[in-house]
Every structure is written in C-alpha cells, then in structure tokens.
Write a protein that binds this ligand. Structure first.
Ligand code: UD1
Length: 338
C-alpha cells in the first residue's frame, strides 16, 4: 500500500479525492487549517470508507507542523489542494492571495524536498486560461488569467515546473479543473460554501432546499444558443478519479511535469443546468434575469484528450448525475456541515 499526504483534504474537492484514494487502497493523511472547511467532512470520509484518515489541523504555511507530519508519515506523494479560492476576494485583497497561495506551496515543497518526497499533484484551474481564443481549450492554449486568483494558480504551476527542472528526481502533475460540481452519491460529503454561494450549482441547490428565494441569472444576451453562458461542469467524483490517475502516472514520470485539463469536453448553458436541476430536485427553481457578471466569459469548455490518452482517464458522469448527487448532499444537509 502506498501513502499520500492530502493538503486541503477536508475541503470540497479534497474530501472527495480522499474517498477515491482510500477506496483504491491508498493510505492517506489530511493536513487542513479548517479555515474554510470542516472536520465533519473527514468524519464523513471515515463513514463512507470505513477508515479514519489522520487529520492534522494546521495551515500549509506552518513549516513545523508540515515537517512533523512528513517525517512521521513518509508519504510517497503529496496532493496539494490547500489554498484560497474566491475570485472576488482575490480581486479585493490580492496581496493576501499571492502571499497565502504562493507561500504555502513554497513551504510545502521545501519540506518535501528536505524529506525526499518529490511527487506532487497540484490543484490548478481552468481560470489560468482567461478568455479563450478558441474552443475547446487544450493545454497548449494561451494562459492569461484575468484575476489574482488565476494568477496565483499560474505562478504556482511555474514554480513547480522550475523545481522539477532543477532536480529530475521530482515529478509533478498540474491539474486544471473546469467546473467541479455534484457530490459523492451517498450525500455524506459535498460542497459547503461560506455565505452567499458565488457559483451556480451551490446557489441552485440552496434555492432548491429553501435557503434562498431565486437564482440571480447573470447574462441572457451571450452569443450562445440560448443566450446564457456555457461551462464545462464535471462531476466531483470524476475529478477525484482524475487525481488518482495522475498520481499513479507519477510513478514513471521522474523529471517530468505534466499539465492536464480535467473536464468533460462538453458545455452546458446556465438554462440547461437549471432544467437538469429542476428535474433532479422536483423544485421549480425560480430565477431572476440580471445583466452579465463582470469577468465572465461567454463559453468555456475543455479539450480533455490529453488526460484520456496519457492517463487513461475520462469523465463518465452526466449532468443529470451531477444534479442528482448534488441534491443528495444538499437535501440531507440543508445547512451544510454546520
Ligand atoms: C468560477 C470561478 C472559477 C472557478 C470555478 C469553480 C469566477 C469568475 N470564476 O467559474 O475561478 O474555478 O468557478 O467552479 O468566479 N451564474 C449565475 N448565477 C449565479 C452564479 C453563476 O448565473 O448565482 C452563472 C455565471 O455567470 C456563469 C455560470 O453561471 O455563467 C457558471 O458560474 P460559476 O459556477 O460561478 O463558475 P465560473 O464563473 O465558470
């Protein structure tokens, strides 16, 4: 059995990936500050898998805590999810974002280097592309983030690539997520945003469960078939399995850094998502048509061919399953983990 340290493992994508890893036989430990996540997610991972992963409550910039955990655990690899992730917050307070996200990755990699742990999978984002020149977006597309959050992801990608170049014993996989949604089908773990959800799916789920009245629908005049913006929504369990495939591939990738899009390759409009969610929840889900949200692009979807050919991974779950499983989580946990 191999072992992996999961930073940010109590968060939304981290917790789902923990389940996929543990079910595939990996031993895991979670390092999480719980600043924007809950230890209840780790309890739920234990309930789903029948094994309780070690949880170390510490910030990723806490060098002493990291050193202790890595020395005791001696993981074969690190999956690095921990980080700040709100686009509007990053615009309002860019220094906090640059400092937090870059410093935590630098500290993590220094500690890994000292401990001789040199395999890493990093949570990047399709945000690094910015407005696309053409669709679908492949990994070779130009990167030009339009907000500080996206820049932190791109700069961290560069930092990791430079480290791998400096020492060929390192290997890394940079995973650019499109729009992760849904939940584990058990409904025991899911996305639990703080405050008013900034993203479409969690907002819709809170309307369905009665926490909010109507979805603000941002933009009905886009040059798309129904006038609403199109995104590549991917089931969070497909995404979790993508991490597993990337992790396995690192074993034979010394000296290499690979970048992969994790998306389905299919776009869905906001109106299509609302329709699918109405079907899954049985709720009417009213919406209010508003103007475009600043910074939004009309259409974005992935070319996921590279992950398919090199990792043997592709997303298999449908939009209907994303909605069904998101609803399983929200209906069981109307207030999230609290
Ligand atoms: C957002 C983030 C992106 C992140 C991704 C994760 C921004 C600008 N980008 O992408 O960095 O990686 O989430 O999933 O925040 N919409 C509404 N009403 C709402 C919320 C959203 O109509 O209340 C629309 C948006 O205008 C957009 C679509 O739904 O057209 C998807 O929005 P969202 O879920 O926020 O994802 P992205 O903006 O694509």
């Amino acid at each position: 059995m191999a072992s992996v340290l999961v930073t940010g493992g109590a968060g939304y994508i981290g917790s789902h990936t923990c389940v996929a890893l543990m079910e595939a036989g990996w031993e895991i430990a979670v390092l999480d500050s719980l600043e924007n996540s809950s230890s209840a997610a780790v309890d739920a991972v234990a309930e789903i898998t029948g094994h309780r992963p070690r949880l170390e409550v510490a910030d990723c910039r806490d060098e002493a805590a990291l050193e202790k955990l890595i020395t005791e655990m001696r993981p074969d690899a690190v999956l690095h999810f921990a980080g700040l992730k709100s686009v509007p917050d990053s615009v309002a307070d860019p220094l906090r974002y640059y400092r937090h996200n870059l410093e935590s990755t630098a500290v993590l990699m220094e500690v890994m280097q000292r401990g001789g742990i040199r395999r890493m999978v990093f949570s990047s984002s399709a945000t690094v592309y910015g407005p696309p020149d053409e669709l679908p977006v492949s990994e070779a597309a130009t990167t030009r983030p339009v907000n500080p959050y996206g820049w932190t992801k791109l700069l961290i990608e560069q930092m990791i690539a430079d480290v791998v170049r400096s020492d060929p014993r390192w290997s890394a996989s940079l995973l650019r997520y499109f729009n992760p949604v849904g939940a584990h089908p058990s409904g025991l773990i899911g996305e639990d945003p703080e405050g008013v959800p900034g993203n479409l799916m969690p907002y819709l789920l809170q309307v369905a469960v009665g926490r909010r009245d109507a979805l603000p629908l941002y933009g009905t005049d886009y040059p798309t078939p129904d006038g609403t913006a199109v995104r590549d929504y991917i089931h969070v369990m497909d995404l979790a399995e993508g991490h597993l495939a990337a992790l396995q591939a690192l074993e034979s990738s010394a000296g290499q850094v690979h970048t992969y899009n994790l998306g389905t390759g299919r776009g869905a409009s906001v109106l299509e998502v609302i329709a699918a969610m109405r079907e899954a929840t049985g709720h009417p889900l009213p919406y209010e048509e508003l103007g475009r949200r600043p910074g939004d692009v009309p259409e974005l979807w992935a070319d996921p061919a590279k992950a398919r050919s090199e990792l043997g991974w592709s997303a298999t779950r449908s939009l209907a399953e994303m909605c069904r499983d998101g609803w399983a989580w929200q209906s069981k946990n109307p207030q999230g983990y609290s």
